[in-house]
Design a protein around this ligand. Structure first.
Ligand SMILES: *Cc1c(COP(=O)(O)O)cnc(C)c1O
Length: 389
């Protein structure tokens, strides 16, 4: 890490390695077509899977709530920031995912830090899928528990690690839908393992909530888990498919009570504005009634898959809106992303260390806000670039 006098040189190193990050400036609202750095672009780069981030009903609901309750929560939940809108939303979220209780967090990142470090500590162990989101890695580090990372979806390796561990408390942490690959964790088998080893199972459904399941209830509906089990902890974020902001954790009533006392990123932060709770509550209704949006997503995914046949790059086998096109080398991924951008299409290149070496990719993220013509435009551009046009 840099001392004050080294900062400039260290930043120059990052630039020399071609790893300098630039933030794109978005003007106007989120959507399939966005205005970025002064250019109109067709975007495959958001997590707004259902196209709700700029939905007129949600905007109207937010305006009404702002008029009634103001813009700031004013305090943390344990002081005077816990509004009736938050309280009602927690009940709605718990009912929606079919678990006894739920707790709102400001962000998914904070929820992950808060839950993991409230449940495991120095003499305990976290067992994490190698491809989990960075916030789960940080959560394990913060907790000071032993941190084991098993090969992606390798439940045999996980079973072996759990068996060999003498840790007092064990917690398995997994993404439900993996953010860079789009594949789905086998929840039933993971839960069975967790129960057999008397471990917690913590599931991060940031990319499944709103998308998976007939009514968009996420991985739990997708996996058809019928009886809630006390070792299961569910987390979903509300800034992706739900189109708003924030996150929640759901599980047994005792678990939620424990988190209210012990999850420091819950206790020591200001509650999110109640107007967001109003917007999320309305978003839940749109998600539940969003079969048409999800059917559209499914159709767009199929269209993309069919249209990429014959390209020199292949899609990973994903049935979710995250459709990674594996390119391989970093420079090639950057070149492809730049060539698309030159055609007015925004698809981010994802490189190591975010993904394993040699698997640089374009992360194509689909939304119900896309039209079939949008998908076709992307496909035509990819085929042109592949031919060297
Ligand atoms: C986005 C994301 C988070 C973080 O959620 P925020 O609400 O954006 O902080 C956590 N886990 C996964 C898998 C994510 O994709």
């Amino acid at each position: 890490m840099p001392a004050p006098a080294e900062l400039g040189a260290r930043l120059a190193e990052i630039e020399a390695q071609g790893r300098k990050r630039q933030r794109r400036v978005l003007e106007g609202g989120q959507g399939a077509h966005v205005r970025v750095d002064g250019c109109e672009l067709l975007s495959f780069a958001s997590n707004d899977y259902l196209g709700l981030a700029n939905n007129a009903e949600l905007v109207a609901e937010t305006q009404i709530a702002a008029g009634r309750y103001g813009v700031g929560a004013g305090a943390s939940h344990l002081l005077t920031g816990h509004h009736a809108l938050h309280h009602r939303l927690e009940e709605e979220l718990a009912a929606f995912v079919g678990l006894p209780a739920a707790l709102l967090f400001s962000t998914g990142y904070m929820a992950n830090l808060g839950v993991v470090s409230a449940l495991v500590g120095r003499h305990d162990a976290v067992f994490a899928d190698r491809l989990n989101h960075a916030s789960l890695v940080d959560a394990a580090l913060l907790s000071r528990a032993q941190h084991y990372r098993y090969p992606h979806l390798d439940l045999t390796a996980l079973d072996r690690l759990l068996t060999a561990s003498a840790a007092r408390v064990k917690l398995i942490a997994t993404d439900a839908v993996f953010s860079m690959d789009g594949d789905v964790a086998p929840l039933g088998e993971l839960l069975e393992l967790a129960q057999r080893h008397n471990a917690w199972l913590y599931v991060d459904d940031a990319h499944g909530f709103g998308v998976l399941g007939r009514e968009g209830r996420g991985i739990l509906e997708h996996a058809a888990l019928s009886t809630p089990c006390p070792s299961l902890i569910y987390m979903a974020t509300l800034g992706k498919a739900a189109g708003v902001f924030g996150a929640f954790v759901a599980g047994s009533a005792a678990l939620i009570d424990w988190l209210i006392h012990k999850a420091r990123p819950y206790v020591y932060t200001t509650a999110t504005p109640p107007l967001l709770a109003a917007a999320i509550s309305r978003s839940l209704k749109l998600i539940r009634a969003g079969e048409r949006r999800r059917a559209r997503l499914t159709a767009l995914i199929a269209r993309l898959k069919a249209g990429t046949a014959g390209l020199p790059w292949r899609l990973l086998p994903s049935d979710t809106p995250i459709q990674p096109l594996i390119v391989g080398e970093n420079v090639e991924a950057m070149r492809l992303s730049a060539a698309l951008l030159a055609r007015g299409i925004l698809v981010p290149a994802i490189r190591p260390p975010t993904v394993p070496l040699g698997t640089a990719r374009l992360r194509i993220s689909l939304s119900a806000a896309h039209s079939e013509a949008d998908i076709d435009r992307l496909l035509i551009a990819l085929h042109e670039i592949a031919r060297g046009d």
